[in-house]
Design a binder for this molecule. Structure first.
Ligand code: 5RP
Length: 219
């Protein structure tokens, strides 16, 4: 099965988590775009929608949905988002699309976080996918030096500005063997807005699409 079809299958499987009156957060990326294409099927069940990026907000608006601001709606019932890597502890790497900070806020504010992936994202140890780090622009060089000390190879994402007006540094070559500790440690570097390790607030459910269908994993 093609990867694009797996993404669609994972997205479709997430629809059943949307219950009547749902206050729903919508992530960012190509897998989530499949979800947005199918979301009109459950339109009547959605009370409030919050978007994790401008890109997602625009797609939802094009599909005829009204979008609310997280600050005005309070906590969410459900957050659905993709990931760049996932492991069996439900820890994730996210931020390939550069939306990691708002995604992390939505995940933190949600009662349940359902992660939709194809099976290419499943790993034993996180870190093969370069770790995205959102950085205040004036701190780029300082933050990069701290990641070199941590044995990573930081590369500034070219011609990219986040929705928050910041830069992204992609850190290659890290072995993220202790995601909770590394998330905490990297978060403390001055100038880091957020790191793409989602371990302190992991996914609650992973829907992973492979050749033989969608596997549902619950924490
Ligand atoms: C965006 C993300 C995405 O969830 C992640 O990059 C996965 O994207 P895709 O569904 O396109 O493979 O974290 O910031």
């Amino acid at each position: 099965m093609a990867q694009s079809e797996k993404k669609r299958q994972a997205a479709l499987a997430a629809l059943e988590f949307i219950e009547p009156g749902c206050r729903l957060g919508v992530g960012t990326g190509s897998t989530v775009n499949c979800l947005i294409e199918e979301l009109s099927q459950v339109r009547d069940k959605i009370e409030v929608l919050v978007a994790s990026s401008r890109g997602t907000r625009n797609r939802l608006a094009d599909a005829g949905f009204e979008i609310a601001q997280l600050t005005t709606v309070g906590d969410l019932d459900l957050y659905i988002d993709g990931a760049d890597e996932a492991n069996k502890q439900f820890h994730l790497i996210k931020g390939g699309g550069g939306a990691l900070t708002r995604e992390k806020i939505c995940a933190a504010a949600s009662r349940r976080f359902v992660c939709i992936i194809d099976d290419s994202k499943w790993v034993g140890v996180l870190g093969k996918f370069p770790l995205p780090v959102e950085v205040i622009p004036m701190a780029q060089a300082h933050v990069a030096r701290q990641f070199v000390k941590a044995r990573g190879q930081p590369i500034l994402r070219k011609d990219f500005v986040t929705d928050n007006g910041n830069s992204i540094i992609d850190v290659h070559g890290l072995t993220i063997a202790n995601p909770v500790e590394m998330e905490q440690r990297f978060n403390q570097i001055a100038g880091v807005v957020s790191v793409g390790i989602f371990a302190q607030r992991p996914a609650d459910v992973i829907l992973m699409a492979g050749d033989s269908g969608v596997t549902r994993l619950e924490r």
